[in-house]
Design a protein around this ligand. Sequence first.
Ligand SMILES: [Mg+2]
Length: 154
Amino acid sequence: MTIAVDFDGTIVEHRYPEIGEEIPLAIHTLLQLQADHHVLILWTVRRGRLLQEAIDYCRRRGLEFYAVNANYPGEPAADLATDDDGQKAEVSPSCRKITADVYIDDRSLGGLPDWGIIYELIHGHHSLAGYYRHLYTHKPASKPSLWKRLLGGK
Ligand SMILES: [Mg+2]
């Protein structure tokens, strides 16, 4: 899975342009997700020196991203994108959305879950609603597989 992850307010407490304290378990969880073969992309509004400080902060803790504000390493900072009609349209590089399966961002609706929950959601392929349903009702977070249903499992 490709995971785009924000920096300020997500990996560290929001102190932009300074770097806040690490949010508990953020780096540890991201390293575990990499060990689980997920691809991590740093996706942040930081640019230039401030971006490099964020990259260095993570690097000193053993975390290297596959790409930074790009879909793959070395991707040119595009200022043109193809719109739905196949036409080229100008886009602001600072507002560019990365192609990912999951986005981890403190500004997402509902806020940032704690990193232990983030890991469980990704590892277990749960939605946040499914995770809480599972937690509070002890019902399966997702429908059982076809094979389990055919073989009489619950
Ligand atoms: Mg943020």
